[in-house]
Design a protein. Structure first.
Length: 334
């Protein structure tokens, strides 16, 4: 009976809270409700002595209030993140506007202190992969700006809009999380070959090798939110929500007009990569590991474009690693 009272109380309180929050009322109105709810329950259920029963309901109602406060804080943080991302996002759907933005990215008015032009990059589309179709391209800058290029509305953004020039530019570093599917889609759909890529999946494998000695071929891939969490960058709060929508509607990223959720999701995936994740990972990779890292990034780009060649390269690396380990272990046994 007591657990039923507690569950009912929390459910009622949370339901009222959600309704109240959607109407943009202040938290004190909600907590006032919870307090009145607590007083009424005490009056209805107090024992003749005013003892244990009162204490129990006081504690459970406090739990309800704390739950409401926690939910309010979560909503506030989520809303703040949404607004921040939208303020940093610009949707591009005309070749002229796109060409000017690409020009400004490649030749910034204020060149970076280290001379490197760095952007983050991501794609959305229909069944991304070997037979997929790109509908959206996102580019993030080190200054915190996200550009969302609507390829579905305007396919000419690729050539006339300058996107191909950016993606194949040797002097612009593209920070991408696991570029394998993006790469094959760009190649099959537009004959674009990604150039000068900093693949964070490859970087993760190298850093794990540095820290633990685990060979790169044994390092498990991580998703973007896990990577961001590890390196102190903001995670995309809409990952699971959009993933569930996409499972039911695989043409989701071709729907127009784009929704607020679509824009926040798309921009978040590039804003998190630069500068935080890139700066941290690039700083941690040791000079002697740069050669291996470059090889892994190239293999990520070519994974589905030249699959047999890449499989052979990976197999050769694995055999060399295992042979080196055998020699090392043999010497240690002597």
């Amino acid at each position: 009976m007591l657990s039923i009272n507690l569950s009912t109380r929390v459910i009622k309180g949370c339901t009222y809270f959600l309704t109240t929050f959607k109407r943009n009322r202040k938290l004190r109105e909600v907590t006032s409700f919870a307090y009145c709810h607590h007083v009424r329950k005490r009056q209805l259920h107090s024992s003749p002595t005013g003892g244990p029963s009162n204490v129990l309901f006081f504690r459970t109602d406090n739990f309800s209030v704390e739950s409401l406060r926690s939910m309010s804080n979560e909503y506030n943080r989520s809303d703040a993140w949404d607004l921040e991302v939208l303020e940093q996002t610009r949707v591009i759907a005309t070749p002229g506007e796109s060409a000017q933005i690409i020009k400004d990215i490649i030749n910034p008015r204020k060149p970076p202190s280290d001379g490197k032009v760095v952007v983050s990059f991501d794609c959305e589309g229909i069944n991304l992969g070997i037979k997929g179709q790109l509908t959206l391209v996102q580019v993030g800058t080190m200054s915190g700006q996200a550009y969302v290029f609507d390829l579905f509305t305007c396919p000419s953004l690729i050539q006339a809009g300058g996107l191909q020039k950016l993606l194949e530019h040797k002097n612009v570093l593209k920070v991408i999380h696991d570029c394998t599917n993006d790469s094959i889609n760009l190649y099959n759909q537009y004959k674009i070959t990604l150039t000068n890529v900093f693949d964070t999946q490859a970087a993760h494998a190298v850093l794990q090798f540095q820290e633990t000695g685990k060979p790169v071929y044994k390092v498990k891939n991580v998703n973007l939110n896990t990577l961001c969490d590890h390196y102190g960058a903001p995670c995309n709060p809409l990952k699971e929500k959009v993933k569930n929508i996409y499972r039911k509607d695989q043409r989701y990223w071709s729907r127009r007009p784009m929704t607020r959720v679509m824009l926040i999701y798309a921009s978040s995936d590039v804003l998190c990569l630069v500068p935080q994740v890139y700066n941290t990972m690039s700083r941690l990779i040791k000079p002697e590991m740069q050669g291996l890292f470059a090889e892994l990034c190239e293999e990520q780009i070519q994974m589905h474009i030249r699959p047999e060649e890449i499989k052979a390269r990976k197999k050769q690396r694995m055999l060399e690693t295992e042979a080196a380990d055998l020699i090392k272990n043999g010497k240690s046994d002597e």
